[in-house]
Design a protein around this ligand. Structure first.
Ligand code: FES
Length: 106
């Protein structure tokens, strides 16, 4: 790898722009039927706000996903790279974000 290529390592995809290699955290929030009924729209909004508030737009990619078979009775399912998190609710979102997003990208 040429020395002039900057590399930031997170988990997830690699974006190459102007000889800069960037690894971004991929967050997929399930918007399947069960998760939708458990409040996935509110979780999406909280994620968008948290990413913006912490200025992580260049480090985190948010996307939706269909049901991944991890439905549960207590909350929304979120995939971050290859890890699956279930039971995410507005009440536990802040601690989830701190532990699984902020601590990884900072
Ligand atoms: S609807 Fe979200 S995991 Fe099934």
């Amino acid at each position: 790898m040429p020395k002039n290529i900057k590399k930031r390592i997170f988990f997830g995809i690699i974006i190459v722009m102007d000889c800069e290699v960037i690894f971004m955290l991929i967050v997929q929030i399930c918007v399947g039927s069960s998760c939708y009924l458990k409040g996935s729209q509110e979780i999406v909004e909280k994620f968008e706000k948290a990413v913006k508030d912490h200025k992580l737009e260049d480090k985190v990619v948010l996307s939706g996903s269909f049901c991944t078979g991890s439905c549960n009775r207590e909350g929304v399912t979120i995939h971050i790279d290859d890890k699956v998190f279930t039971k995410i609710k507005p009440e536990n979102f802040d601690s989830f974000f701190e532990e699984n997003v902020l601590s990884v990208v900072r």
